[in-house]
Design a protein around this ligand. Structure first.
Ligand code: ATP
Length: 609
């Protein structure tokens, strides 16, 4: 896809999508849900965890069987072209067919994709191949390209979730008003309101399965009374803004009451108790963690007072030393088994630190102030030593008080502080990186850039000397969600233990690709080996600089040059983030600009780093 930094292209995509959705709502509303899923390259709500991402071997076999080509020749084309969708398309168009297949419908494709993703167990590979083959044979025009990309889980048509939500809002208003005479201003204001409603409803209840039928049945006006936060359905968590200094916090929160909390270093855990007694835990990424933390699930009924029937709590699960009654570092938590954990597998104990109450006894609390939500938390739940407690907090107002609390948090093995507004502007903002939550990490004390970055590994350099046989360095990238591309940001070779180096080599050997993907923007950086974008690493660095080589945030700070990290150091693997959840190009540009402002303030000079 060409450079979407041009807003006009984004607007065009939006326009096309809105027109499509209006037509579907008018002509075939039963297909609206499936259309939305197809546009988003998904088959169900994210939290259900059923994903596309069919492996290359299966797809190559299916293309071969559908077009009469050998797997070897398809593979060789794939190596030349780098995109299996294009290979499928050219294989199909070179094939002579006697009759034109019956056109594919939205339902056939959607149901087909879902069925393919759901095949498991014995014979599942053959069944997948047969089903894909059937769909491919029925494809016309450029459909093979998009079918194969959808199956790979890499559709890349420039449709971010926010674009789709906006188009749903626009389309529902336009289709309701088609036959009515409305002034342009009135229509525009209704559209703005509809977009706000749909975005806010989706952030509380991220399930198109529920929202779309409700929208079609009841219209947009009442949607936020019908579709609300519901225990059992995870909401996208509120995120914090990084800060580099306490004075920055004080400037931001001037004249506001705020609270400082310990920032625990573990794994985010959204704990749900349903009215029927069922308990569930979800990650930052809305992944179901109930099988990873059966010990937490078991204790959930005990943490609430007896008259509490249902709730959703926002918490951090932290590794806990039961003998010395203290927090253990994140590295200890990361050694815990991730799936199907049985009692005998639990080598690392966890304590849950709750910091917010989002739902209580049938009522969503997210529009209430944080002061009220925290009272609900403290008044309705019971701490149990080493198992469940509340995040440690103070109401501080001076630089010294915050500094002292920050040091105390570090001494207690925490990462720093979370500083949150208490009354004004303090509602819970699902999925937003809000300026009403600021994070101050301990790295701030020792210099550095205030926050670490979460970057995607896209290549490696072969090791020399002591590192012969393993990869000696890696190429990392941030994610530009507007262009849907990974942009190189640095080469990294420090921060690894020998054991980690060996593990990374072993892991990435399974993800080698013959050439960079068309959606890698890497400028002049040429690693020896390229990888599929599959893993996110948390990385710390000294600072950011404009780079003649790397392409991160190109066009945002400099028209042609990107940004790179100086002295990057590996901290850890971020299993709780998918590559598309990596630090964005926009965030990288923000960090760079912030640094420029600070260096200007400190030195009174203009310019960068
Ligand atoms: P982000 O979530 O901002 O993208 P990240 O995943 O790298 O970045 P951090 O920068 O470490 O996470 O900061 C936010 C995380 O801190 C939260 O997602 C949560 O898991 C954790 N956390 C620990 N203590 C608290 C607290 N008291 N309040 C809110 N979050 C907390």
């Amino acid at each position: 896809m060409s450079n979407l930094h041009q807003p006009t292209l984004l607007i065009k995509i939006q326009e096309y999508l809105t027109k499509l959705l209006v037509a579907i709502i008018k002509l075939s509303p039963d297909n609206l849900l499936e259309t939305i899923y197809l546009c988003l390259n998904r088959i169900c709500p994210e939290y259900e965890g059923l994903e596309l991402g069919i492996g290359e071997t299966i797809l190559i076999k299916a293309i071969g069987e559908a077009t009469g080509r050998s797997a070897k020749s398809i593979k060789s084309d794939m190596e030349k072209q780098g995109d299996l969708g294009n290979v499928a398309q050219s294989s199909k168009s070179n094939q002579k067919t006697l009759f034109k297949p019956k056109p594919l419908t939205i339902s056939t494709v959607f149901k087909g994709l879902k069925e393919i993703a759901m095949f498991t167990g014995n014979q599942s590979q053959t069944r997948k191949i047969n089903k894909i083959k059937g769909l491919l044979i029925a494809c016309n025009g450029n459909e093979p390209k998009y079918l194969i990309r959808s199956l790979e889980g890499k559709l890349r048509i420039g449709l971010a979730e926010q674009t789709v939500l906006m188009s749903i809002g626009q389309a529902i208003v336009l289709s309701e008003n088609m036959d009515k005479r409305r002034s342009k201003e009135k229509l525009e204001s209704e559209i703005t309101k509809a977009i706000e409603t749909i975005k806010s409803v989706y952030s509380e209840l991220p399930s198109y399965d529920i929202i779309i039928p409700a929208l079609l049945k009841n219209g947009i006006d009442n949607l936020n009374n019908i579709c609300k936060l519901t225990p059992g359905i995870p909401l996208k968590p509120m995120l914090a803004h990084p800060t580099k200094s306490i004075s920055e916090v004080l400037n931001r929160f001037e004249n506001l009451t705020f609270t400082c909390e310990y920032k625990y270093d573990g794994e985010r855990a959204q704990i749900h108790k349903l009215e029927n007694g069922e308990c569930k835990i979800y990650s930052r990424n809305m992944e179901n963690l109930s099988l990873k933390y059966p010990d937490i699930v078991e204790r959930i009924p005990k943490i609430a007072k007896s008259d509490v029937t249902s709730f959703v709590l926002d918490c951090e699960a932290v590794a806990w030393d039961k003998i010395n009654n203290c927090i253990l570092p994140f590295q200890v938590l990361s050694t815990r088994k991730r799936k199907n954990v049985e009692a005998e597998d639990i080598s690392v104990q966890v304590c849950v630190f709750a910091f917010d109450c989002l739902y209580l006894n049938g009522q969503s609390l997210i529009k209430k102030t944080f002061k009220e939500r925290r009272e609900a938390l403290h008044n309705n739940f019971i701490p149990i030593e080493g198992e469940f407690t509340f995040a440690k907090s103070i109401v501080a107002s001076t630089d010294e008080e915050i500094q002292t609390f920050l040091e105390a948090s570090v001494n207690d093995s925490c990462e720093g502080l979370m500083i949150k507004t208490l009354e004004v502007d303090s509602s819970y903002e699902p999925s937003k990186r809000s300026r009403n939550w600021l994070k101050v990490k301990k790295d701030y004390i020792s210099g550095g850039i205030g926050d670490s970055l979460d970057l995607v590994v896209i290549g490696a350099y072969t090791g020399r000397g002591k590192r012969t046989g393993s990869y000696g360095g890696y190429l990392l990238a941030c994610y530009d969600n507007e262009n849907e591309e990974y942009q190189s940001i640095c080469k990294i070779g420090t921060g690894f233990s020998d054991e980690q180096l060996e593990k990374h080599t072993e892991f990435f050997k399974q993800h080698i690709i013959s050439k960079p993907k068309p959606y890698y923007r890497t400028g002049d950086s040429k690693p020896d080996i390229w990888f599929d974008a599959v893993q996110v690493w948390e990385v710390k660095c000294a600072d950011l600089s404009i780079s003649p080589v790397h392409q991160a945030a190109v066009g945002l700070v400099d028209p042609v040059k990107g940004i790179s990290l100086r002295f990057p150091r590996f901290l850890r693997i971020r299993d709780d983030k998918t590559p598309e959840m990596a630090t964005t190009a926009e965030q990288v540009a923000g960090m760079y600009n912030q640094q420029v402002v600070i260096s200007k303030n400190n030195t009174g000079q203009s310019g960068g780093v």
